[in-house]
Design a protein around this ligand. Structure first.
Ligand code: URP
Ligand code: ZN
Ligand code: ZN
Ligand code: ZN
Length: 545
């Protein structure tokens, strides 16, 4: 047969356009596209009938935390990451994602972690120990500015490992780099064409605000948001743009959560600077109100929405962020999947002190704390409660930051962005697949449907016959005991997810193999046009640096 598989009757969408055509797949790659293949061409191949539904390049999630260390947690807050490469990739596949980029984090406090290559080897072994249903890659988190390591190891990471991106933090005591350290690492990144991701929050100001809140007993989960008002992200993003311009290094802001920071990005972009921005579903669905729900003295539920940056204060902010999604300011749409369980004592507890009544200046959500909890999620056992209290987990600053969402990333944007007309189908593909592929050096192997590209596809249900449903955590395939989006109405869901020609998810079932997912060796950022984006004027230090 000419092909292994042919997809027929699909409305095929790329970042550029949409049209009805057939896709012929051979040996895991797109072999040919045609208005219609002849019956001779179709002979002997497996036929997948899309029944008029959208067919798109598979989702690429550029921001996933799996297997991050217990000793430190994804943000050194002691949480246990509940998804590994098995459960994380299973959940990703069920939500239409075919490639994920995970974090391999250096630990500043551990001298053994000085070597970035050592760090990457450790995480690669974790992926190999279970396998993965989908393809995966790593960003390296750099928390030290060791000149010898940067000089000797970055070129090896790029050339031998195909690891061409790093994440740098401006907050978290044990992760953050000072401005001069940021400059050191950015210069090293620029020399090696390593795409630089920035977590932009002003760590000093957060610590200061946290002390102010503590002095007033305002330590319940809700106050996590008050310790990080939008100016925190606005200031840090502004500063990072200036530092990036100073050393002429393109940067991508991860998880932008406030219109103020998005506006900084917009202004930098309109000055022609290669400044990129990621945003995530939590910033379009949650508000500070979601940090306030509580039910009973042993209910810890209210810490479940704690993430950094926090969700925006109110619904108006969602609308403002939507405008930056529609007008092109945001480059990519990722999940920031950061999984912690409620029923794990090393997971996501807290909220004890909130029930003791420290909601100063704010009324609760109207729930009577004395009434029994009606939450479907959990009631924390008494033994754990005393253990957690002993560890002072009631304070927001001890709650591991981050929320799950690798599976709901595409369906939420499909329902809330594509079907509402906020963004076009092509912009949907650009945000969820093509731009992450280009930014992270995987294009055109991934992120598009050109002949020769990997046959990574997501096929949706035919819209006319799909019955909208209320999302429940029981639908999901992650190893987390809640979803932040419980009860949300979704108007479509991926019907098929295909990775390199093999179906991994089909009609509500995982049908793939854990051995199928490959590590992806990546190249340089192809979104960014290299020639002198910042100008050649001598006032720009990079002309002589
Ligand atoms: O709160 C968040 N976003 N946790 C995940 C770690 C990070 O900073 O991305
Ligand atoms: Zn971050
Ligand atoms: Zn409850
Ligand atoms: Zn993250």
């Amino acid at each position: 047969p000419r092909f292994d598989t042919v997809i027929v009757n699909g409305l095929v969408v790329t970042a550029a356009d949409s049209a009805y055509y057939n896709i012929g797949i051979k040996d895991g790659k797109i072999e040919a596209l045609a208005r219609e293949f002849s019956s001779a061409d179709l002979e002997g191949c497996e036929i997948i009938d899309a029944e008029g539904a959208y067919v798109m390049p598979g989702g690429i999630d550029g921001h996933v935390h799996l297997c991050q260390d217990l000793k430190t947690g994804p943000n050194k807050l002691g949480g246990r990451c509940s998804d590994n490469f098995e459960t994380g990739s299973r959940s990703a596949a069920a939500g239409g994602t075919t490639t994920m980029v995970n974090f391999a984090s250096q630990d500043r406090l551990d001298e053994a972690d000085r070597s970035l290559i050592g760090v990457v080897q450790r995480y690669a072994a974790r992926a190999q120990s279970t396998g993965s249903y989908i393809d995966y890659a790593f960003h390296v988190i750099i928390t030290r500015n060791d000149p010898d390591v940067l000089q000797s190891e970055l070129p090896v990471l790029v050339k031998e490992w195909g690891i061409t991106s790093c994440k740098l933090f401006m907050t978290y005591d044990t992760m953050r780099l000072t401005d001069r350290q940021l400059l050191d690492v950015m210069v090293a990144a620029r020399k090696n064409s390593v795409t630089t991701l920035i977590h932009a929050e002003n760590g000093d100001a957060i610590e200061w605000l946290t002390e102010q809140l503590e002095a007033r007993d305002m330590i319940a989960p809700y106050y996590h948001a008050l310790s990080r008002p939008p100016l925190i992200e606005a200031e840090a993003s502004n500063r990072a743009i200036a530092l990036a311009q100073l050393v002429q290094n393109p940067i991508l802001f991860v998880h932008i959560g406030s219109p103020m920071a998005a506006q900084n990005v917009r202004e930098a972009q309109s000055r022609g600077l290669p400044i990129y921005a990621e945003t995530c579903p939590q910033y379009f669905n949650l508000t500070w109100q979601d940090l306030k729900r509580f039910h009973s003295p042993t209910c810890f539920e209210n810490s479940k929405m704690i993430c950094s940056p926090p969700p925006p204060a109110e619904k108006n902010d969602h609308e403002a962020l939507q405008r930056y999604l529609a007008n092109g300011t945001f480059t990519i749409w990722s999940s920031d999947h950061c999984p912690f369980r409620y029923d794990d004592p090393d997971g996501k507890p807290a909220g004890v002190l909130e029930h003791a009544g420290s909601m100063q200046g704010e009324s609760g959500d109207g729930h009577n704390p004395a009434a029994p909890c009606t939450s479907v999620y959990h009631e924390v056992p008494k033994e754990d409660l005393s253990r957690l209290l002993a560890r002072k987990m009631g304070h927001f600053k001890h709650v591991p930051n981050g929320i799950p969402g690798v599976e709901t990333r595409l369906p939420l944007l499909f329902s809330q962005g594509l079907l509402t007309g906020l963004i076009s189908p092509s912009r949907f593909v650009e945000l969820t697949s093509t731009n992450p592929a280009k930014l992270y050096g995987m294009y055109p192997q991934k992120g598009c449907l050109m002949p020769g590209s990997d046959a990574d596809l997501v096929i949706w249900h035919p819209q006319a016959t799909f019955k909208p449903f209320a999302l429940s955590n029981s639908h999901l395939h992650h190893n987390v005991d809640y979803t932040p989006y419980e009860g949300q109405t979704l108007s479509n869901w991926p019907r098929y997810t295909m990775v390199r020609g093999k179906l991994i998810w089909s009609n509500g079932k995982i049908v793939g193999q854990l051995s199928h997912g490959n590590f992806v060796k990546r190249g340089p950022n192809s979104l960014h046009q290299r020639p002198q984006p910042f100008g050649t004027d001598l006032r720009n230090v990079a002309t002589w640096l």
